[in-house]
Design a protein around this ligand. Sequence first.
Ligand SMILES: Nc1ncnc2c1ncn2[C@@H]1O[C@H](COP(=O)(O)OP(=O)(O)OP(=O)(O)O)[C@@H](O)[C@H]1O
Ligand SMILES: [Mg+2]
Length: 321
Amino acid sequence: MLEVRDLHVKFQNRDREAVAGVSFTIRDGEILGLVGESGSGKSVTAMSIAGLLPRKKCDYRGDVLVDGEDMLHADRALLRKVQGNKIGVVFQEPMSAMDPLMKVGRQVEEVLVIHTDLSPEERRKRAIEALTDVELADPEGVYNKYPHELSGGMLQRSMIAAAIVARPSLLLLDEPTTALDVTIQAQILKLLKKLNEEYGMSMLFISHNLNVVRKLCKRVAVMQKGEIVEEGCTDAVFFRPQHPYTQHLIACIPARVKVIAKKDAEARRLAADGAAGAAAVPEKKAPGSAEGAAMGPEGTSHGDTVTASGEEVKGGERNGR
Ligand SMILES: Nc1ncnc2c1ncn2[C@@H]1O[C@H](COP(=O)(O)OP(=O)(O)OP(=O)(O)O)[C@@H](O)[C@H]1O
Ligand SMILES: [Mg+2]
């Protein structure tokens, strides 16, 4: 699906390479997490894949193959063909990514205007289908609204609808939940998991938060200073980090979150072993259980979390039963 080989990107006004020899692959239907500190080159890597590098301002080399098409050196016509059609992109700030003067539905449809010969009525139908796919309660209502009329969570869902409306085979998600509160973040993660399972969409999920990545991605790559310093199965990287930088990332995660992570990992292991019912919600503890009172995934006292299966569990439910 995606193959990145020895990617180098250096902005001409910088001394150091932003991306310094990165290689990884994403197979069909796979979700790869990409984590790393601010400035480590995650977004520049994603921009290179999407064909969005400001080419005149940087030197670049390597291969970025999306279904065999070289995005790094593609001409404008090929980029247009692949962008939106094969690759969908979702960024962190839905408010700034949307045009405030254009109704949401029109923005969701835009990629269909570029890539298809569908009639306006057909495009509207497809846009409403996409808004339904992302589980917006009133897709037709949202279609006719302006961005400022929607909440942050609704906007992010609309952005995802715009990214998937042409059914791309690869979604690039650059910190898509960072600006959202913990509950909405959990809902978006669950939605992404559903899209991955239902449509087999491959994804590159970028975050600086290894705990968020753990919930969605089987495999993760860790970036530091333009390089991938560690890559592997998320559970292995989470519980047995090898590189000092990854060890530092893990050390910053609260102990109670690690307890939840351990149970998730165990449930996944049992499910993989074929034990019937082993993937059941591990956090649902008996009333009064100390672990059942664990806090939310980011160490907040919100009390909601996401299980191995992506299910959202209310803290109140855990503790109240
Ligand atoms: N247009 C640009 N011109 C010059 N330098 C840039 C440009 N875009 C990114 N950089 C630099 O490239 C490096 C990598 O940036 P990048 O945005 O990929 O980091 P990141 O890992 O996504 O960080 P964050 O977690 O903060 O989003 C940084 O040093 C950044 O300043
Ligand atoms: Mg970034």
